[in-house]
Ligand binder design. Sequence first.
Ligand SMILES: Nc1nc2c(ncn2[C@@H]2O[C@H](COP(=O)(O)OP(=O)(O)OP(=O)(O)O)[C@@H](O)[C@H]2O)c(=O)[nH]1
Ligand SMILES: [Mg+2]
Length: 319
Amino acid sequence: MNIYKLFDDAKRGSKRSLGRLLSILESPSNESFRLLKEFVKHGGKSHVIGITGIPGSGKSTLISKMISAMRRKGYSIAIVAIDPTSPYSQGALLGDRLRMQEHSTDPKVFIRSVSTRGVKGGLSLAALSMIEAFDAVGYDKIIVESVGVGQADIDIMNTAHTLLVITMPGVGDEIQALKAGIMEIGDVYVLNKSDKPEAAKTFEYLKFALETGELEIKHGWTPRIVKTSAIMGMGIDQVVSIIDEHYNYIRENSIFMDKLRDRRLFMLKLLVESLFLDNLDDMYRSGEIEELFKANDYYTSSIKIIELLLKKIRKIDNS
Ligand SMILES: Nc1nc2c(ncn2[C@@H]2O[C@H](COP(=O)(O)OP(=O)(O)OP(=O)(O)O)[C@@H](O)[C@H]2O)c(=O)[nH]1
Ligand SMILES: [Mg+2]
């Protein structure tokens, strides 16, 4: 199948063609590189919304409700759900799929999960390429659900135009959590499960954190705090309208384009890293590297390794 034909069909709304494009993107090849180039050329318009926050805070449930509210506004939406590769979270993953299931038959909603990058839990090249694909075929909104721990938080910051941090009532000492840095990165802070009685106290904590400058003001945008109950469907419209407000804000100045550039630079880094590191792994396993280090000092060995890697990478490119 011709990739350009697939791309055209996907732009016209064929989910099947889009699915096939995404499979091609999963591993680096001549076709995947050609596709990425095409995507970058045609994309750059979608609004990328990152969702992060502690495990179990209700991210997936909230996203499912947000999809309904955004569909009422007429937006087409693609969702990238990041699968933690850890075997412990398989139950959660199944839960995520179930929670968003109701939207799978909507022609303007596309949901895909993608695995994290190794043990660090960050966003993978496959995830970033997928975002480019959704952008190029013309989705208005791309929602990325992060696993909400470690590297993933930093990666999502480099990827999303608008970042939502989801928290819930009674999660230990909230001020402590803020100090730990996991929460300071949001444009919007969502206190979900506010149907619970402890919510009022946590809401006060969040307001206090905002007033005392714990929640960072980014590019002149003062972070917003919203109470929701995803289960009861409360506060969802408000979240969606604040997301729109943030979108308008970043569109009015150059922030939208700056963030797009950040995202593409990040993808480029992942691409270069994957080309080099995958081949480096192979060389190490074959014993090639050990030989080099026996014969040379560290600097010379490193240069020789880079030269060898380049040769191997060029071979892939010409295959
Ligand atoms: N009381 C209450 N429970 C909720 C609410 N939203 C979600 N939950 C429940 O919280 C649990 C976790 O919800 P998820 O949507 O899977 O949370 P998540 O943040 O996506 O979880 P992970 O992806 O595993 O990190 C589920 O049992 C939900 O039913 C809410 O607003 N109120
Ligand atoms: Mg989830």
